[in-house]
Design a protein around this ligand. Structure first.
Ligand code: GRF
Length: 312
């Protein structure tokens, strides 16, 4: 089974969504675990709950700090905990562009309305004032714009006669507690699917100068225009059940060294002869910074001189 996604939850208050995520994570087969809970408010009630449940916590007050400075502290904490994904759950802070870029595509938020309706604060008041017949909650990927970003899931509730902001809060939260664990589980699993992994590899490989892609023996291969292949994306190649990236390395020695260092991560690809290729398993939360570095090293090994001189 692939390794679980390591989720950091950021809260500012009660933390009922954090609790819903945490308890769901302990059910059989959940593809994520909550590895840390953090807050910008040391008194956030959810912190005590997380600590009581044995989850590491941290809190830093944002007072007196610039937004980006504060966010850098939060990123450091999350990285120290080895977080792969962030779930914002009632985190009442606007995020700096640096933070959003750093965690791009890996940070989700919950908002108590059917986005794109009623962004920002006081949503239930706005729903009632607008005479909506229904409302609900939304999970979306965080982008620089507040309460924007691709929607991953929504749950709907009816607005009833006599509803107040408080009564809506209660029912919307019932819906939130169902929706967030489900969407987060789907989202982190999607990360592991071959299509998602290929998209990520493709983004990195085609970013290299003169890099292009074509199918080679049924596998997407990345080559330098007019030149050699430097990487192949391999999905269940010859029925091996592995999703991996096959990369050119400097020779057999380097391949052997990598495999010896981390035999669960690296392997010798079959049918590649002794030319100096190594396979990197992609399905258990790979280190993407390392993969980016290895892709660019592979590219350099294959690039003609005029391109290899380029600084990048
Ligand atoms: C939730 O209703 C969420 O939609 C909003 O803030 C509230 C947080 O509640 N962003 P809790 O701290 O999870 O109980």
């Amino acid at each position: 089974m692939p390794e679980k996604a390591r989720v950091g939850v950021l809260i500012s208050g009660r933390g009922s969504n954090m609790a819903a995520l945490l308890y769901a994570s302990r059910l059989y087969d959940c593809p994520y675990e909550i590895v840390v809970v953090g807050s910008n408010d040391p008194d956030a009630a959810g912190l005590a709950l997380a600590a009581a449940e044995g989850v590491p916590t941290f809190a830093h007050s944002h007072k007196g700090l610039k937004r980006a400075e504060f966010d850098a502290i939060i990123t450091r904490e999350l990285e120290q905990a080895g977080v792969t994904h962030i779930a914002l759950a009632g985190y009442m802070r606007l995020l700096s562009a640096e933070f959003v870029t750093h965690w791009q595509g890996r940070c989700l938020n919950i908002h108590p309305s059917l986005l794109p309706k009623h962004k920002g604060l006081h949503t239930h008041e706005a729903v009632l004032a607008a005479g909506e017949a229904e409302t609900g909650c939304t999970i979306h990927i965080v982008t620089p714009e507040l309460d924007d970003g691709p929607i991953l899931g929504q749950a709907r509730i009816k607005v009833l006669p006599g509803d107040t902001p408080d009564s809506l809060t209660v029912r919307v939260q019932y819906a939130e507690h169902q929706l967030y664990p489900r969407v987060l589980a789907d989202f982190v699993s999607a990360d592991q699917r071959p299509e998602a992994l290929l998209t990520r590899v493709r983004g990195l490989a085609l970013n290299l100068p003169a890099a292009a892609e074509k199918l080679s023996h049924g596998s997407p291969g990345f080559f330098i225009e007019g030149g050699k292949f430097f990487a192949y994306f391999s999905e269940n190649h010859h029925g091996d059940g592995i999703t991996a990236l096959l990369l050119k390395v400097s020779g057999l020695d380097e391949a052997a060294m990598l495999i010896e260092q981390d035999p669960d991560r690296f392997f010798r690809p079959k049918y590649f002869g002794p030319a100096g290729w190594v396979g990197v398993v992609l399905t258990d939360g790979p280190d993407w910074a390392m993969i980016e570095a290895m892709l660019s090293a592979a590219w350099r090994l294959c690039a003609p001189k005029r391109l290899a001189m380029l600084p990048f």
